[in-house]
Design a protein around this ligand. Structure first.
Ligand SMILES: [Fe+2]
Ligand SMILES: [Fe+2]
Length: 289
């Protein structure tokens, strides 16, 4: 083993692909994935809002783009869902107006779409033919001497007229967090460089301006402290997310966060994390040449 061995991870978020006719965006994605392959990244992470439409057929377009570049493999790519993958806002409003507000229906629609997401992206979630594919997801990859682990949750909170009117608030389910901090997971992660993954942003804006506070509420990660608590128990070195379309790296609550911004609105930019065998790491945003 060379002492300067490094593992590199490319990070994209919020692609918001609008189906197979979204040519401009798909051409840009081709270009980006070409670059990621050309530069030899060990792994690619996409932190949600892969599509804009919550229409399962559109995930196939993303899957095909990854396949075309040889990236549709467990060891090459990790994806997780965002609110635009799982919540169709117009559909929710239609149900809301047509029926009495029905909490079970909203939850069921998110659960069903999540199951479809896990079916489409199954090869990126598990390579065990018998296992259930779902979230939370723990993936441990070995690159020479470096063990890299991803711990991903679905942070999509079902739509609610009063509590989640834009479908954009995030939530980590207590069951998912309990499963993650159980001792088999903690043991499995021992000796790994752990990266936490979710879609929703720890920090949204962060100014005291009233207009920002109003905006904060609709996009807020409701129980972010509980999520951070679990990440700390798992000794996550950093958390990568998206949702709030701004490329930024910041520290909060004793953890390092990387917001992958939005590929839709910044299709030339992507994040790179480089991890050394001594556990040191660096992050930078790069621009396509
Ligand atoms: Fe987004
Ligand atoms: Fe989002």
């Amino acid at each position: 083993m060379s002492v300067d061995q490094k593992v590199t991870v490319a990070h994209l978020s919020d692609l918001h692909i609008v189906g197979k006719n979204d040519r401009r965006q798909l051409d840009r994605l081709d270009r980006m994935l070409d670059e990621i392959v050309r530069k030899g990244y060990d792994h690619l992470v996409m932190t949600g809002d892969l599509i804009d439409t919550a229409s399962p057929d559109d995930w196939l377009v993303v899957r095909d783009a990854l396949s075309k570049h040889g990236l549709f493999e467990l060891g090459r790519t990790t994806v997780l869902p965002g609110n635009h993958d799982l919540i169709h806002l117009e559909e929710e409003l239609r149900f809301y107006h047509a029926l009495n507000p029905d909490d079970s229906g909203r939850k069921r629609r998110v659960t069903e779409r999540l199951q479809k997401f896990c079916t489409v992206f199954r090869p990126l979630i598990t390579d065990d033919g018998d296992a259930d594919a779902g979230f939370p997801l723990v993936k441990v990859l070995r690159f020479g001497e470096i063990k890299l682990a991803f711990v991903a949750i679905s942070s999509v909170l079902p739509w609610s007229g009063s509590d989640n009117p834009l479908g954009a608030r995030g939530y980590a389910s207590p069951g998912a967090l309990r499963a993650l901090v159980a001792s088999p997971v903690v043991d499995a992660l021992a000796g790994s460089f752990v990266i936490g993954l979710c879609h929703h942003a720890y920090r949204v804006y962060g100014t005291d301006a009233l207009v920002d506070q109003a905006f904060d509420w609709t996009m807020q990660f409701k129980n972010r402290e509980e999520f951070i608590g679990a990440m700390k128990i798992l000794r996550a070195r950093l958390v990568m997310h998206g949702h709030f379309h701004r490329f930024q790296a910041y520290q909060a609550d004793g953890l390092n966060f990387i917001n992958g911004g939005s590929f839709r609105y910044g299709p030339e930019r992507y994040g790179e994390v480089s991890i050394g065998s001594d556990g040191t790491w660096e992050h930078q945003f790069l621009t396509l040449q």
